[in-house]
Unconditional design. Sequence first.
Length: 369
Amino acid sequence: MSQTSETVLEIDLSALEHNYNYLRSKLQPGTKMLGVVKAFAYGSDSVAIAKRLSKIGIDYFAVAYTREGIALRKGGIQKPILVLHPQSTNFEEVIENDLLPNIYSKFTLEAFIETAEKLQLKKYPIHLKINTGLNRLGFDLDEMNWIAETLASTESVKVEGIFSHLAASEDEAERDFTKYQIENYQKALDTLLPQLDFPPIRHLCNTSGIINYPEAHYDMVRTGIGLYGFGNSAEEDKKLKPVGTLKTIISQIHHIKKGESVGYNRGFKASSATKTATLPLGHADGINRIYGKEKTGVLINGHHAPIIGNVCMDMLMIDISGIDCKEGDEVILFGKEKSAEEFAHNAGTISYELITSISQRVKRKLINL
């Protein structure tokens, strides 16, 4: 991996391919795989990630919002793209860009049918989401017959897929609840499928579901965090490779005397002579204030250096006492040498929040093309 001379997020496409192949190996030959590339592909580069996944055999993509799907289409992505949380005001854009809407309520189904009929469409593909226990989005189980009756009254749409989302598939302590969700999903299918004239794609499992619940893979699985190198358990993380490595450099070194302070609000006060380094990234780049005051740290020449004081908008400071380093040396915040999970956990958060927070002003660099 190359040395850097500025703040950069390296995106390793060979690691992405490794993770894809590992997760694909968990599936039966006929099972489809959907890659989740929302939030700039979990903080990386959605178009670059989608292009590589398209090349190696992904079947579907999913994004959170319509504009993310449009960006993929403008980037040349031709695979089916499911929009997980479309707003009714964007339904015409969904259709114009050949995107698949997640229809999750009576309101969204009626509104999408109204839009499709206004545009004189026939059998536009939609996916239905069932609420099996997560209680965010989705039709309740007692609404299946209403769905069937509503669909029977129009030729403007067809159900291409039916899905739900597992709340705690990574948590062994919640295994009974996950099985309860799987049972609820199957109940919805048992009610709805006989009333449809087209066999839909059934999909339920997320990354942890792929690994822990092979009996629930159905026709397609969805993977997001797993593609980027995180399996929701330490054991699975060993089998995956992190796609993103966030690097920066030492801008300046200071020698702080006992009693002197560092940063805003004197967030760090030296109890003894201390050597510090200032790095050119801060909370505007996604390294939020929660990571300051020695809650977590970075790697310099293989050594841990805690983040001290308050993280600033564009800078943060670290304690490099006892570390042989100089201005311009490379600093690794997370990646293969230091996991994003460790960096985040030490500050009381999760890898998802950390990696998706890396702002767009941080340079992205594709490696292992």
